[in-house]
Design a protein around this ligand. Sequence first.
Ligand SMILES: C[S@@+](CC[C@H](N)C(=O)[O-])C[C@H]1O[C@@H](n2cnc3c(N)ncnc32)[C@H](O)[C@@H]1O
Length: 200
Amino acid sequence: MMRLAAAMLLSLNTATAADLQPFKDAGPYVPSPQSVVSDMLRYADVSANDFLIDLGSGDGRIVLTAAKVFGARGFGVEIKEDLVKRANEAAQKEGLADRVKFMKADLFKTDISQATVITMYLLPDTVNMLKEKFLGELRPGTRIVSHDYPLTGWIPEKYVQMDLEDKVQISGVTTTLIYLYIVASRAACASTGTTCRSRT
Ligand SMILES: C[S@@+](CC[C@H](N)C(=O)[O-])C[C@H]1O[C@@H](n2cnc3c(N)ncnc32)[C@H](O)[C@@H]1O
């Protein structure tokens, strides 16, 4: 008993402040319609050379489609264990498990430096909270595709708006937006103030 209490005290002492914070809910589970997934991957020009990370991966459809259709590798990070299990099972079933995996983790605490493409369908405030993480961890040239919500102050490389009936049950309207950004270096962002893009 004493030893268990001591071990707990020790682990509390060694945990970082970040470990002790409750995770931030970046959005409920609402899957992107498959047609939007295809468009997101097409606009980002995903290929077999890419390593794609989906932040809040739900049932894994974006990473699975990137691997199956475009030959990419990657992973999804998701806070809900049942969705992580479902996505890993789908990867096994479709013969993609050597190229993709899904992890139960907090997206804010996940190392994303390996990505050449980031995808996300998250709440608007969350998307904007990630800007510093993107600039700190992603290499210049990395593509970021966001379903519906923009990175405020960043100029998108492409921006597409369309009407989709499938979206009515998700957001109450047919409007669907896809934003593609290309990460600039921190220096390029600083020199353009709040406006951040590569190739300026
Ligand atoms: C709108 S769904 C998008 C699912 C998938 N990316 C898609 O587009 O089909 C957002 C997902 O993010 C997950 N999520 C929310 N907060 C998270 C966090 N802090 N870390 C990891 N996943 C999170 C939710 O459980 C949910 O499955």
